[in-house]
Design a protein around this ligand. Structure first.
Ligand code: NAP
Length: 286
C-alpha cells in the first residue's frame, strides 16, 4: 500500500480549515504565520510558496518576508525580535538553509519558543526529550501521523531510522520511542548497514542520497518511510532515498517521493501554527 501524504494532508487541512473558520467569532482573528525567506534559492522559494498555498487552504494569514542573501545576521535577528514582540504574529519560520555568514543556531534560538512553529528552538527540543508539552518538529510529527493513518502498529515493533540530524533523524527516533517501538539509529559510520535495516519492521530513511536503500536492505512486510528529497542524477526528476520501484512490492506500506512526507510536513506546520495561536488565546492554567 502506498501512503499518500498528499491525500492525508488534504483531508487534515480540510479539517483544520473548518476549525479555523470558527476562530474570527471566538477569538476575533485567525492565526498568523510569518515566513522569512533570505535569498532566492529555487528550492527554498518553492518550499515557501508551498507554505503560503497551504495557509490559504487552511484559512491562516500568511506573510512572506523576503530579504536579500547579503542581509547581515544582526539585521535578520532584529527582524525576528520585532516579530517576537508583535502580538498579531503567532508563528515565525525562517526558511533554511541560510547563507553561510548567518548562524542558523543563533537564528533558531532567537525565535521566541512560543512562536517556533518548526519546533527547532532548543527549549522545544529539550521539552521533547523530557516528555514535556512542546511544539513537535513538522517532519517527524507528519511521519508518525502517516504510520498511524496507514494502520501500522508501532508499539513493540523494531524501528530503524537512518540519519541522525537534529531536524529529522533524532526527533523521529524519539517519537517512535515514545510510541514504544524499539529504535535503532543508523548513520554514515554504521557497520554493515543492510544487516541493521533488514531487522526493521519500520524503516525511516533520512539521508539525502538518491535511491540509496535497495530492495536487499528491506525486510518483507516492512513499513518504509522515505524522507529524502533528491534529484535523480539520470532524469533530473525528484526522487527519494529509497529505490521505490524495487521496494514497493516487498513493503507492507511505503511513502512515495514526491507526494509522501513532504506534504505532511507542511500540513503539520499548519497544525503547529494553530497550536501556537490557541496556546496564546487560551493559556493553560498552571
Ligand atoms: P542531514 O543533516 O544531511 O543528515 C543526513 C544523515 O544521513 C546523517 O545523519 C548522515 O550520517 C546520514 N548518512 C549520510 N550518508 C549515509 C550513509 N552512506 N549511510 C548511512 N547514513 C548516512 O540531512 P537531513 O536534514 O536529515 O535530511 C535528510 C534528507 O531528508 C534530505 O534529502 C532532505 O532534503 C530530506 N528532508 C525532507 C523533508 C521533507 O519534508 N520531506 C524535511 C527535511 C529533510 P552522519 O550523521 O554520520 O553524517
Amino acid at each position: 500500500m502506498i501512503i499518500s501524504g498528499k491525500e492525508l494532508s488534504a483531508r487534515l487541512k480540510a479539517e483544520m480549515a473548518a476549525q479555523v473558520s470558527s476562530f474570527p467569532e471566538k477569538y476575533g482573528r485567525v492565526p498568523h504565520l510569518v515566513v522569512i525567506l533570505v535569498g532566492d534559492d529555487p528550492a527554498s522559494v518553492s518550499y515557501v510558496t508551498g507554505k503560503a498555498k497551504a495557509s490559504q487552504v487552511v484559512g491562516i494569514e500568511n506573510t512572506t518576508i523576503r530579504r536579500p542573501s547579503d542581509i547581515s545576521e544582526e539585521e535578520l535577528l532584529g527582524l525576528i525580535r520585532e516579530l517576537n514582540a508583535d502580538d498579531t504574529v503567532d508563528g515565525i519560520l525562517v526558511q533554511l538553509p541560510l547563507p553561510e555568514h548567518i548562524s542558523e543556531a543563533r537564528v533558531i534560538e532567537t525565535i521566541s519558543k512560543d512562536k517556533d512553529v518548526d519546533g527547532f528552538h532548543p527549549l522545544n527540543v529539550a521539552a521533547l526529550w523530557q516528555k514535556q508539552p512542546c511544539t513537535l518538529p513538522c517532519t517527524p510529527k507528519g511521519i508518525i501521523k502517516m504510520l498511524k493513518a496507514a494502520g501500522v502498529k508501532i508499539k513493540g515493533k523494531r524501528a530503524v531510522v537512518i540519519g541522525r540530524s537534529n531536524i529529522v533523524g533524532l526527533p523521529v527516533a524519539k517519537l517512535l520511542l515514545d510510541e514504544n517501538a524499539t529504535v535503532t539509529i543508523a548513520h554514515s559510520r554504521t557497520a554493515d548497514l543492510p544487516s541493521v535495516t533488514r531487522e526493521a519492521d519500520i524503516l525511516v530513511v533520512a539521508i539525502g542520497r538518491p535511491r540509496f536503500v535497495t530492495a536487499d536492505m528491506v525486510k518483507d512486510g516492512a513499513a518504509v518511510i522515505d524522507v529524502g528529497v533528491n534529484r535523480d542524477p539520470e532524469t533530473g526528476k525528484l526522487c527519494g532515498d529509497v529505490d521505490f520501484a524495487a521496494i514497493e512490492p516487498k513493503a507492507s506500506v511505503i511513502t512515495p517521493v514526491p507526494g509522501g512526507v513532504g506534504p505532511m510536513t507542511i500540513c503539520c506546520l499548519m497544525e503547529n501554527t494553530i497550536e501556537c495561536f490557541l496556546n496564546k488565546m487560551t493559556p493553560k492554567k498552571v
